[in-house]
Design a protein around this ligand. Structure first.
Ligand code: GDP
Ligand code: ZN
Length: 461
């Protein structure tokens, strides 16, 4: 862990942009309290007890003009999020006073924080590890309660501790190997090999268990890209409206590079669906429209879940057939809608076309079959996971990639032992595994990666 002794004081607006009831301007660093005090009229912040909150006003030092009525929290290091002195100024929501306060702080000696810099400091000061830093980002972006819970568990350090355990297992065996090599009084070669193999297999199993959660973790994090498709008039919009109704629609401000993009999510039994607009998928001769169709088809092929709606009250058409064919390799729900009318499509008809899924019978008009649709979506993605005791989910590509590399090193360990490769070469692979696991928690990461990781955060976090 890098030990950093001195930082300048940073400031940023920590609440989302726009009008809210309250906005928070946050300061962190050695000068946090001094800088806040220089623009504050109220109790002397330099003298107040740590972790207390104070009523007063922010004033412009030169003109003595009142900017806003505020509550100021003073939190002295080290028991703070960043492990530095932290001051939070709770002000009245509006954009103008909030920005004005920030500008005053910047004029008084604070520096504008970079995105994620507060969290980065918490990491650099040893307050949290990388998996926990990433979960702060997940919390900000969490789209359902379940996603939030996973992020909270991770923030709690569940993944961190699991990785620590595995690393301890590995270093323990490596130490033992060293001892055996240094004192080869009697033939230890065989015992050493056996020990290394057992440990490698054990750790690999644990890594496999973690990797098995990756798919779910990623979906909770990023949302399940879902396309509702079908020919015109089968009931797609009706289904969409049902899914969107009540308070299920979630509009999320995606942090980072795509900051300004508003994406629409629907929470279906804890699964965040990210709806893909596939309105444009149909045969057309129009050139401009063709571009739209091509784009929609690409989106369709990249969807994590296809919801194919068929009109059960009409026989299957050529267009139905080609949609069935086109999506056969994807995770798919097939819905026979309009079952309130006389039926012209049977499950056998679908089976004859190579549809392996059992169709869900629905009448969106009569609100029947809808809970089955929701239930199926949930089962498709949480089957087995939700009931398991394991609260550790790996959820991002960085963690998944490192786990895979760690696993590859273990495979080399076992293969090497099988091929009677000298123990000191096998040791190298075992050590590589230990290092890769260390990168997950951040005990072993290059500086530029840290900068890149934290730059994905929102401003003010
Ligand atoms: P889309 O073109 O696929 O989006 O289809 P819509 O959702 O706009 O529905 C087309 C028509 O079918 C509308 O008049 C709906 O009211 C009707 N519809 C939708 N679902 C059902 C259903 O389950 N039963 C019946 N009888 N009509 C339905
Ligand atoms: Zn630990």
């Amino acid at each position: 862990m890098p030990i950093v002794t001195e930082y300048d004081t940073i400031a940023a607006i920590s609440t989302p942009p726009g009008e809210g009831a309250i906005s928070i301007v946050r300061l962190s660093g050695d000068q946090a309290v001094e800088i806040a005090e220089s623009v504050f009229r109220g109790p002397n912040l330099l003298k107040v007890a740590s972790h207390t909150i104070h009523y007063g006003h922010i004033i412009e030092p030169q003109t003595k003009k009142e900017i806003d009525e505020v509550m100021v929290s003073v939190m002295r290091a080290p028991k703070t999020f960043t492990r530095e002195d932290v001051v939070e100024i709770n002000c009245h929501g509006g954009i103008v006073p909030t920005n004005k306060i920030l500008q005053l702080l910047l004029a008084t000696g604070a520096r504008m924080a970079e995105p994620g810099e507060f969290t980065k400091r918490a990491f650099l000061n040893g307050r949290i590890d990388l998996t926990q830093a990433e979960s702060v980002m997940d919390l900000i972006r969490a789209k359902t309660d379940r996603a939030m819970q996973v992020a909270l568990d991770q923030l709690d350090g569940n993944l961190h501790h699991l990785i620590h355990e595995l690393r301890a297992e590995i270093s323990q065996v490596l130490v033992q190997v060293e001892v055996n090599i240094d004192y080869p009084e009697y033939d230890e070669e065989e015992i050493t090999a056996k020990m290394l193999r057992e440990k490698a297999i054990m750790v690999q199993q644990r890594i496999d268990q973690l990797l098995a959660t990756a798919q779910q973790g990623k979906i909770l994090r990023e949302g399940l890209a879902t396309a509702i498709i079908g020919r015109p008039n089968v009931g797609k919009s009706s289904l969409l409206n049902y899914l969107l109704h009540e308070d299920k629609a979630i509009v999320t401000d995606v942090a980072g590079t795509t900051r300004d993009v508003l994406e629409e999510y629907v929470n279906v039994q804890g699964v965040p669906l990210k709806l893909i607009d596939t309105a444009g998928i149909h045969e057309t001769e129009d050139k401009v429209e063709k571009i739209g169709v091509a784009r929609s088809r690409k989106a369709l092929s990249q969807a994590d879940l296809i919801v194919l709606v068929l009109n059960a009250s009409e026989p299957i058409t050529e267009e139905d057939r080609s949609l069935i064919e086109e999506t056969k390799a994807q995770k798919r729900l097939v819905i026979l809608n309009k079952t309130d009318l006389p039926q012209k499509i049977s499950p056998a008809d679908l089976a004859a076309l190579g549809v392996k899924e059992s169709p869900i019978f629905a009448s969106i008009k009569n609100q029947s079959g809808l809970s089955s649709i929701e239930q199926q979506i949930k089962v498709l993605f949480f089957g087995g996971i939700e009931n398991s005791q394991q609260n550790v989910l790996v959820s991002n590509n960085r963690q998944i990639g490192l786990l895979q590399q760690a696993k590859a090193s273990l495979v080399s360990v076992v293969n090497g032992l099988d091929a009677q490769v000298p123990i000191d070469l096998v040791q190298i692979d075992m050590t590589a595994c230990w290092e890769k696991l260390g990168e997950i928690t951040g005990e072993n990461v290059p500086d530029e990666l840290i900068t890149q990781l934290f730059s994905q955060f929102c401003l003010g976090k």
